[in-house]
Design a protein around this ligand. Structure first.
Ligand code: SAM
Ligand code: SF4
Length: 366
């Protein structure tokens, strides 16, 4: 079957997705045209913001690809004070971002549970309940997720990273702390509790194939996610995975694959939120805008206080680490208008997908 026949279908098989991921020339243009049409029809030209607060780079895990892994000693560790976090959240609220993401390395402890819970209450209080809060602080017990949900977090981002278990074990240490089944179980708990649940993968990992990426997209569809944050894998010199750099696709091919993944997911899951990830901008200065054109509808401007940003070094050449939150805002507005899209201020930007799930569950989830 050729690409235009595949694009005319109502759903894609694994073989179809592989063919779309490998599309070049005219076929690639067809794919991007179709995903842009789907986005226009189901989402419109709108883009919603999530102010990203990278509140700590302290992590108890050792993922082999990540620059803030526990074992990296070439990094100054930081942990924002509660006041700094609330000031950043207030910046988002005052600038009508309507929503923030609290992200950090992964720590599981009673003090972290209490701290995050307390921060959620304080941010809700500061904003009169109006600021939407997404958490992205890794794997936790379901009781912890439940407490945070009750304290006001309504979305959670936990990338599955890859759905190929063998590949998962190649990019993580093999021990109980880095267990694929636990990550999956965490995603299920989040969805059961009623979070708008987001996941995603890294694209262009060493040993990863187009078949793996096709399985990743099928997993997202099957799991019925509400949000997706996925982006290219980018090397970080101080990580163990760097030894496999010779097995990587050229960086521009990884970028291209990430755009194709975004486009295909938009066609498959028409009304979910898809993030235009910062990692694209590390490769191409207008990478995120390209993702907006091909299907993404969410931007996460970094509003972490500038002095800390250089130390949230997940990968090399992470962009905007010298900027302030104000710089981010004006830069984003210019960029978004370039992509012929419009930032919607003052709205949470919940997905129609989630609303439908909610209605189907009689107004409340689970
Ligand atoms: N610690 C939490 C977790 O792992 O879910 C949240 C923060 S973690 C830094 C956020 C994401 O960064 C991870 O899910 C991973 O996909 C991404 N990341 C880490 N290292 C990366 C790299 N070298 N290239 C691209 N993305 C990377
Ligand atoms: Fe820690 Fe998340 Fe990085 Fe893994 S990806 S080392 S859990 S910050």
């Amino acid at each position: 079957m050729n690409v235009s026949d595949i694009l005319a279908k109502g759903s894609f098989s694994k073989k179809d997705i592989v063919k779309l991921l490998e599309a070049e020339g005219e076929d690639k243009i067809l794919l991007f045209k179709k995903s842009a049409e789907v986005k226009e029809k189901y989402i419109g030209k709108k883009v919603w913001l999530r102010g990203l607060i990278e509140f700590s780079n302290i992590c108890g895990k050792d993922c082999l690809y990540c620059g803030i892994r526990k074992g990296n000693k070439n990094l100054k560790r930081y942990n924002l004070s509660d006041d700094e976090i609330i000031a950043a959240a207030k910046f988002a609220y005052d600038n009508r971002y309507a929503s923030i993401v609290l992200q950090s390395g992964e720590l599981e402890s009673a003090s972290v549970t209490n701290r995050v819970e307390n921060l959620l209450y304080k941010i809700k209080e500061m904003s009169g309940g109006k600021l939407g809060i997404t958490l992205s602080v890794g794997e936790q017990e379901s009781e912890v997720y439940r407490r945070w949900f009750e304290a006001g977090a309504h979305r959670y981002l936990l990338r599955i990273e890859t759905t190929n278990r063998i590949l998962y074990s190649k990019i993580h240490p093999i021990n109980k702390k880095h267990d694929f089944d636990r990550r999956l179980q965490c995603l299920k708990s989040l969805q059961d509790i009623g979070y708008q649940t987001g996941t995603g993968v890294m694209i262009g990992l060493p040993f990863q194939t187009s078949e793996d990426l096709a399985d990743d997209l099928l997993f997202m569809n099957e799991f019925d996610i509400d949000m997706c944050g996925m982006g290219p894998y980018i090397e970080q010199a101080d990580t163990p995975l760097i030894i496999h750099s010779d097995k990587l696709l050229p960086i521009n091919d990884r970028f291209d694959l990430a755009l194709k993944m975004t486009a295909i997911l938009r066609i498959m899951m028409k009304d979910i939120n898809i993030v235009a990830p910062t990692a694209l901008q590390a490769i191409d200065s207008v990478g995120r805008e390209k993702a907006l054109k091909t299907g993404a509808n969410i931007l996460m401007p970094n509003i972490t206080p500038g002095k800390y940003r250089d130390n949230y070094r997940l990968y090399d050449n992470k962009p905007c680490t010298d900027d302030s939150a104000e710089d981010c805002q004006s830069c984003l507005e210019a960029r978004v208008s370039l992509a012929d899209t419009e930032i919607i201020y003052g709205e949470w930007g919940d997905t129609k997908h989630y609303e439908k799930r909610l209605q189907a569950a009689g107004g409340r989830l689970p």
